[in-house]
Design a protein around this ligand. Sequence first.
Ligand SMILES: Cc1ncc(C[n+]2csc(CCOP(=O)(O)OP(=O)(O)O)c2C)c(N)n1
Ligand code: SF4
Ligand SMILES: [Mg+2]
Length: 343
Amino acid sequence: MTAKNVKLNAIGLSKEAYSGAPSTLCKGCGHNAIVNQMIEACYEESIPPEKIVKFSGIGCSSKAPTYFLSRSFGFNGLHGRMPSLATGALFADSSLIGIGMSGDGDSVSIGMGQFKHVMRRNLPLVYIIANNGVYGLTKGQMSATAEEGLALKNQGQNMYMPIDIVWEALVGQASFVARGFSGDPKQLKGLFKAALHHRGTAVIDVISPCVTFNNRDDTLQSYAWGKSHEVALHELSFVPAAEDIKVEYGKGQTAKVDLHDGTHIILKKLRQDYEPKDRGAALQLLEEANRKQELVTGLIYIDPNQKTIFDIDYLPPSKLNRVPDEKLRPTRASLDDINAMMF
Ligand SMILES: Cc1ncc(C[n+]2csc(CCOP(=O)(O)OP(=O)(O)O)c2C)c(N)n1
Ligand code: SF4
Ligand SMILES: [Mg+2]
């Protein structure tokens, strides 16, 4: 394609400007769909790549940020510690959009403590859990999201109940909770767009099959099972602030969620009459879905107005990493005053 034919977005960038290094993940790995849809979402939303900072822990999923947004900032940290890394960095520059990429091992096994605390702080962060039920990078041991009874080659049988990370996010007061499926890329893109505009922690649990170690068609994190058991709550579209909402649906068929930056999420209801602003209803929905073994996908819960950690801690509008030393350092007189108070 000649340069003339390259389609540019509203800030004059081609999709190529949002790409990353070539993926070294296995062919068919669900995480590749997450990579591709994140590229699409950021390109279509015309977000400058330099406005984004990516964080991850350890795992095949945590390697994935290398494969999107090469022009963005990024930090690949320790296993299970992505949330504290993101908290520190976003405190230093709250003008950046944070994308945290994690796995079920990284967030639900070793990183569960960090996961729960970042929820209650409502750090503005797109928090993706690429959920395949196994530790893919270390050869497929079962993670805390593996279903009870799962039997995998070389791993034996899982005897324990799984942790539902969407449930944990809801109970932990997360302000945006969604579930996607790597086999449903269109919905994934919509969820990513909405999450990128949400002010607060946006948890997206993506059922993302490991085709190498959890590859049986009858297991809960496989493509085959997901395709035959997915129940999408709605068709989600995202409307930028400047655009009028022209699409008209019959009364009661759509729900509109207004976000803090003037953008809107439009939810066209599909099989269920579902209101994503009711946490109790969300918990009930999950309880039923888990009992019936259905993969419910879509925006499960949102509170666009929940206070973030930046509101709670009165973060000044100026970015902390640009405040000069003279302003950061307390004066001798103020230190003397503090010391005097201690005696
Ligand atoms: C402290 C620590 N413990 C254990 C490991 C070994 N380790 C590396 S990745 C990983 C699990 C990754 O699983 P998950 O987050 O589900 O990612 P996936 O590879 O499945 O995408 C483990 C246990 C480590 N790197 N650091
Ligand atoms: S081992 Fe599994 S999780 Fe890792 S890249 Fe391969 S398919 Fe993906
Ligand atoms: Mg995993």
